[in-house]
Design a binder for this molecule. Structure first.
Ligand SMILES: *Cc1c(COP(=O)(O)O)cnc(C)c1O
Length: 219
C-alpha cells in the first residue's frame, strides 16, 4: 500500500511543494518500499532511530530531523542530516554549528515557531524568531544556515482555526524573507491538514500516517 499511498499524494501535490515522508517508528522494509517508489526525503523524530536507518539504507536519501532536539545527541547526526526542522533556541543552533564544523559542513535548519494553542507543542514566539535572525550571535555561526520556518498547528478539526494558525506563520515568513534571501522553506502540514497548509503558503509537508499507515508505539 505504501507505494500507492505515495503516488496518490505525490500526484496531488503542487510542483513547488516538497514531500517529507515521515517514517518514525516504521521498519526499514517500509522505508525501502517508499524508496523503491522514488521517495528520497524522509523525516524522523528521534536521532538514534534516524542514525540506525541512515546506516542501513541507500546513501542518496535526504534525512530530515523533525522532532524536538536533545542537544547532546546532535553530534550523532551531524555528518549526514540534510535539514533540521525543530530548532527552537540559539543554544541549539550553537551546538549544531559546533558539530557541523567538525565535519566541515554547513547544516540547514528551520526555526520552529509556536503557532498552536496547545502548551505541549514546542517552538519560538514570532518575536524570538525575529531576534535570533537579527542577532550577532546567529551571524557569527558559520556552519549553519537558517533556511526557513516550521510550524505545527493545533490538533483540531476546525478549518477556521487551522487557517488562522498557518496563515500567521506564512505572514511572518514573508516578512522575514524581505531581509533574508536564505529563507526559502516553510514547513507546515501533516497527514490531517496538509491541503489546508499548502493553501496557506506551505512549500514543505511532513506526511507520515497517510503514507505508512497508523503508527504503533511500543513501550
Ligand atoms: C509525526 C510527525 C508528523 C507526521 O504526522 P502524520 O499525522 O502521521 O502525518 C509531522 N510532523 C511532525 C513534527 C511529526 O512529529
Amino acid at each position: 500500500m505504501i507505494k500507492e499511498n505515495l503516488k496518490s499524494i505525490q500526484n496531488k501535490l503542487p510542483e513547488h511543494v516538497t514531500l517529507v515522508a515521515v517514517s518514525k517508528t516504521k521498519p526499514i522494509a517500509d522505508l525501502q518500499e517508499a524508496y523503491d517508489a522514488g521517495q528520497r526525503v524522509f523525516g524522523e523524530n528521534k536521532i538514534q532511530e534516524m542514525v540506525t536507518k541512515y546506516d542501513e539504507l541507500p546513501k542518496d536519501i535526504k534525512w530530515h530531523m523533525i522532532g524536538h532536539l536533545q542537544r547532546n545527541k546532535v553530534k550523532y547526526m551531524a555528518h549526514f542530516v540534510d535539514l533540521i526542522h525543530g530548532v527552537d533556541s540559539l543554544r541549539t543552533l550553537q551546538e549544531i554549528n559546533k558539530q557541523a564544523k567538525k565535519h566541515n559542513r554547513i547544516i540547514n535548519c528551520l526555526l520552529q515557531a509556536r503557532i498552536a494553542e496547545e502548551e505541549t507543542k514546542f517552538g519560538l514566539s514570532f518575536e524570538e524568531i525575529r531576534n535570533i535572525l537579527n542577532s550577532e550571535d546567529y551571524k557569527a555561526l558559520e556552519n549553519i544556515n537558517i533556511v526557513g520556518l516550521m510550524g505545527m498547528a493545533t490538533f483540531i478539526d476546525n478549518e477556521e482555526q487551522l487557517t488562522s494558525e498557518f496563515s500567521s506563520l506564512h505572514l511572518l515568513f514573508n516578512e522575514l524573507k524581505e531581509q533574508n534571501t536564505d529563507l526559502t522553506t516553510l514547513s507546515m502540514g501533516m497527514s490531517g491538514d496538509y491541503n489546508l497548509a499548502i493553501k496557506c503558503g506551505s512549500n514543505m509537508v511532513r506526511i507520515g500516517s497517510s503514507i505508512f499507515g497508523t503508527r504503533h508505539y511500543f513501550k
